[in-house]
Design a binder for this molecule. Sequence first.
Ligand code: SAM
Length: 217
Amino acid sequence: MGGHGHQHSDADAAAMFEAASWEERYDSEETMWSGRPNPQLVAETSRLTPGTALDVGCGEGGDVVWLARQGWRVTGADFSANGLFRAARHAQEAGVADRTHWWQVDARSFAAEGRSYDLVTSHYLHPPDGGMVEVTSRLCEAVAPGGHLLVVGHAPAEVFTQLSASHRAAMFHAADLLPGLPDGFEPLVVEQRPRTVTRDGVTVDVHDATLFARRTT
Ligand SMILES: C[S@@+](CC[C@H](N)C(=O)[O-])C[C@H]1O[C@@H](n2cnc3c(N)ncnc32)[C@H](O)[C@@H]1O
């Protein structure tokens, strides 16, 4: 899930980070839905007691549906209305619609505004120009005291050399996000985790930049 398989010129790259580009992708016939949750989500949250969760950049809702099946009440957030529409349909088909909510919002400008969640998670959201540090601090504002934050993205690697320079620059290592953690957050996992991906019959090794933290106060 969450990969980029196409070659883009730098001139196109800026537009690729905006909602219109994702609307187009989700409007196409091709479904990106695998139905499987992301592995770091399963690894880190399986032992948590289900409560409320927010998944920012939820796309087609694979993680939202999985969390809801585990007993969480989940809000899926994304700036693409088409993505959220697909996600809501998947939640309906999975029989968990009553435990899911949807929020169309841009991660770069969203504000928790009093909303708080026991788990805030985000997978493969790569805002340009190092924007994930600020997004991380916005995500933290939505974490309830005692709650957890999980941010996962692509770590830069050889395998991504066919992508535009801006796409590669948007990738990050887990430690890059630490400046986005406010006081009162204890980092529990700050590492790159290996993962094997098979796409179009080709198997490659990638690394998930994984930041998992707990809000202590
Ligand atoms: C690579 S997909 C990952 C989707 C899902 N988390 C997964 O792992 O399958 C990135 C998602 O983030 C959304 N997205 C990208 N930039 C965003 C932003 N600035 N604000 C909100 N959503 C954004 C896209 O619409 C897309 O659904």
